[in-house]
Design a protein around this ligand. Structure first.
Ligand code: IPD
Ligand code: CA
Length: 261
């Protein structure tokens, strides 16, 4: 894609993430307790997810009618240039009144993430990356942490009902045994943005979907981090295991999580 076309898409991704995040924040503030449904065991859905996704899909289709769109809620088609979107990542938090969620927008060209934008509307933080152009937080460059010692590291371990809780508990025990502190904050995309910004040192999940992962993967690569091969075995369509961390801790975390490549 010509530089100008990519630049236009990057600017649009940032603007759309801010607009969509603004809507998510409004809906969060107006929400009434208990107004969510469950798609299944521990799998939350709110009306806001669909509303925010429709806004993003509308903006993208109007500005880039030749591109395709895949959203967590509405699905879609993969093409040469595809936007892959999670309108609200951290839906369980959103549904329960916890102000930790984000909008995640990635644009994939020829199978590789070219743009990744994550916006946290409650904090007003926009994490943005373009392939080969570095990563920023509110336009300032960001880098993964310089942590080398597991005893001072923080690692987020994600879990969803797509994997048995027992597998998560086993991974948790192995990571805790390295000396790292572990958390699970309920938004995989935001946790990946935090790895890129050096706020935490790693993220691992035994299965995560492309709409949760792609923007964060590009952010972490552009911020100097190490990322497992999420796109292997058609990760784009099927999701995959994911480990991402600061390079100094990657060998130790590969061993502890069992996510080795
Ligand atoms: C989930 C969150 C969670 C991660 C799961 C995701 P949702 O997405 O990102 O942190 O561990 O894999 O499915 O349901 O909040 O959009
Ligand atoms: Ca999600």
């Amino acid at each position: 894609m010509a530089e100008g076309e990519l630049h236009a898409r990057f600017e649009a991704a940032c603007a759309i993430a801010r607009e969509a995040g603004g809507l998510a924040k409004e809906l969060f503030r107006a929400r009434k307790p208990g107004t969510f449904s469950l798609k299944g065991y521990q799998d939350y859905l709110t009306e806001a997810d669909g509303q925010v996704e429709r806004l993003i899909a509308d903006r993208i289709s109007k500005q880039f009618p030749g591109d395709t769109f895949v959203g967590e809620e509405g699905g879609g088609e993969f093409g040469a240039r595809t936007w892959i979107v999670d309108p609200i990542d951290g839906t369980a938090n959103f549904a329960r009144g916890i102000p930790r969620f984000c909008v995640s927008i990635a644009m994939v060209e020829a199978g590789q993430p070219a743009i990744g934008v994550i916006y946290d509307p409650m904090m007003g933080e926009l994490f943005a990356a373009r392939s080969g152009r570095g990563a920023t937080l509110n336009s300032q460059p960001i880098h993964v942490s310089i942590t080398t010692n597991a005893n001072e590291a923080t690692v987020e371990l994600g879990w969803s009902p797509r994997r048995p809780m027992a597998e998560y508990a086993e991974m948790l025990a192995r990571v805790v045994a390295t000396g790292a502190g572990v958390n699970r904050s309920g938004s995989g995309a935001l946790a990946l943005a935090y790895v890129a910004a050096g706020r935490i040192d790693g993220y691992a999940e035994l299965h995560i979907n492309a709409w949760d992962a792609l923007a964060g993967i590009l952010l972490i690569k552009e911020a100097g981090g190490w990322v497992s091969d999420f796109l292997a075995n058609d990760g784009l369509r099927k999701g995959n295991a994911l480990l991402a961390s600061t390079p100094a801790l990657s060998a130790m975390l590969r061993e502890a999580t069992g996510i080795s490549r």
